[in-house]
Write a protein that binds this ligand. Sequence first.
Ligand code: G3I
Length: 342
Amino acid sequence: NIPSLKDVLAEEFRFGAAVDPRDLADPTGQLLDKHFNQITAENHMKPDALQPTEGTFTFDAADELVAHAEANGMEIYGHTFLWHSQVPDWWFTYPAGHPNAGEPLGNSTEDQQIMLDRLEAHIGAIAAHYGDRVWAWDVVNEVISDNAAEVYRNSRWFQIFEGPEYISHAFRIAREQLDAVGATEVKLFINDYGTDNPAKRDNLYNLVADMRANGVPVDGVGHQTHISLNTPLGNIEASIDKFAGLGVLQAVTELDVAIGAPVEGVEFPEYDARIVQQGHYYRDLFAMLREKDLESVTAWGLHDGRSWLRGFNGTRPLESPLPFDDDLQAKWAYWGIVDPSR
Ligand code: G3I
């Protein structure tokens, strides 16, 4: 009968997990309900999940997650309105009835307007469906480039708009659509990985600072935090501190700590030692996070067997990046969170 992580952290921030409808059944459902008080849909609130064909919205799987969260007193963090991945192909092509129907959009003003109309319809339908039952949304996900000199990710969005203006448009549209259904308190986040990397972080910071200076309604910054045992904690801390200076809300949205495993099947004698080292890493990470002003910290998966790093066909490494193992047992990482004195 080990302590509940959500209770241990209750004074600091909500503790979340990325989940899928298959995680709701026991025994994983019990693990979820005991230790977590927030959920993020791992895949089922992404554009391709919610609007696979233009004008047809499929909320069933997402609704299952929302119903479970509400029945168990959990908050729901929305992920994500706009992304370059897991967005259906139709979004980037001319609509039915257009002379170039099905062909890729170009970058004319007319084409940009098609994109904005689609974004408005997409967010509008989601806002009408969930209102303020989802407390925050990743409005845009991963729009900053990993190449610091490039600044913005060179996505289809960026290409069609010939620049980053689509990001501000997305925040304004999201605010309008949510306000229109009375969901005026729902918070709007920009979410990215690698925010511990100083150069990438500064590019994200400049974007957020500029948007806020120009009245673009961005409320929060989500640090995905897909990290490893080699990620310096000081870089994570410096990033959180820097954004705190802007007065934005902050959350750790997709935490996992990879141990540096080889692909499955390759011998890995260091496994046990790395799992202990991971416990120390989680301890030090959470000691730092507890000192910060965060809305929530979300583990990207309920347990190691459900981590995205595991992949689908056994060719991916046994990264074991989460506080619970494949058998749903608490790891040293769990104890690192619960008992910082260890
Ligand atoms: O559902 C199909 C299944 O039928 C098929 O057999 C299998 C074989 O490829 O694919 C399954 O779909 C997969 C889907 O997850 C649902 O499980 C996709 O291939 C796979 O690409 C997809 O991966 C997701 C990934 O985003 C896609 O980019 C991961 O589950 C999800 O954890 C991951 O999450 C992202 C965040 O949204 C954004 N930040 C990074 C994070 C990790 O990549």
